[in-house]
Design a protein around this ligand. Sequence first.
Ligand SMILES: NC(=O)c1ccc[n+]([C@@H]2O[C@H](COP(=O)([O-])OP(=O)(O)OC[C@H]3O[C@@H](n4cnc5c(N)ncnc54)[C@H](O)[C@@H]3O)[C@@H](O)[C@H]2O)c1
Length: 327
Amino acid sequence: MENILVTGGAGYIGSHACKALKTAGFNPITFDNLVTGWKDAVKFGPFEEGDLLDRGRLDEVFAKHRPVAVMHFAALSQVGESMQKPGKYWRNNVEGSLNLIEAAASAGCKRFVFSSTCATYGDQDNVVLDENSVQLPINAYGASKRAIEDMLRDFEASDGMQSVIFRYFNVAGCDPEAEVGEFHQPETHLIPLILDAVAGKRAALTVFGTDYDTPDGTCIRDYVHVCDLVDAHILGVKWLKDEKGSRVFNLGTGEGFSVREVMSKAASVTGKPVPCEEGPRRAGDCTKLVSGSTRAEAELGWNPQRSNLENMVADAWKWHQTGHYDK
Ligand SMILES: NC(=O)c1ccc[n+]([C@@H]2O[C@H](COP(=O)([O-])OP(=O)(O)OC[C@H]3O[C@@H](n4cnc5c(N)ncnc54)[C@H](O)[C@@H]3O)[C@@H](O)[C@H]2O)c1
């Protein structure tokens, strides 16, 4: 069985990727420092505790497991915090990724799948966001991800590193079998925040900004189911193994939902009202982020199956009710 090194495999998306890798016949090796991840989410392969900032530890893990590819999920990803503490983001995400890419290159592992983000596009109203769109991030988190994309291009020129870069839109939902799920501490993602409010685990959902230039005044995002998203990563590994070369893909559905539309779906799925209060806009939030590309479907053969809002909220609600949120 071929080993794939999964950085951030103890986190939300990484743990779902490990499950998908195992199902696809790979052995996922999780590398994680548990800064925002959970050891009990590492269920589908070995765990190597370590920090991306520790180059020696990375070299040890590459030597021990000889992975055929890297899936790089590990990062800090809170937009608001990145505006207050940009150094923390540049150090962890950019310096950490530099260590990882150098360690992979020197171990001869030249296949790299990277979690980038639509936050690299910034706030471009009325622009169709496809992979050729100009990247103008408006927060330090997005800037750190754009820098890593640039880094991968430089290491392709110098070392032949082949990369598949996925720019995710908003990832949502959970494993429908509820073996793994979403649990960020603190939580900043809309659907788990709504479900916490529905379940009485927080007093109310705060809607940040109700005066955006959208039909109901709240921000619009493109939500993609985590299981569909990680399926694209498996296709990304296959793409690299088939030597198809470095490529960037947006991962979104092309359909946007406002905060109020998501709240209304959650109320109908759970059968309960969503307590909410209105707050001011948050620094770093864009009005609308929706993918305008079908490249992943056309070229990778990606076929998202669960990315409708109903499934995403229902799967998240099922996970929410397992009690993992009570940790
Ligand atoms: N969740 C989304 O909607 C979304 C959208 C766009 C992009 N992304 C990207 O996807 C990736 C995964 O996101 P997530 O929501 O699963 O986040 P997460 O916080 O649940 O997972 C990140 C994991 O990385 C680990 N990590 C962080 N820094 C590390 C370091 N220096 N060394 C080792 N491990 C470290 C954490 O402990 C955690 O387990 C991130 O790169 C994020 O930027 C997520």
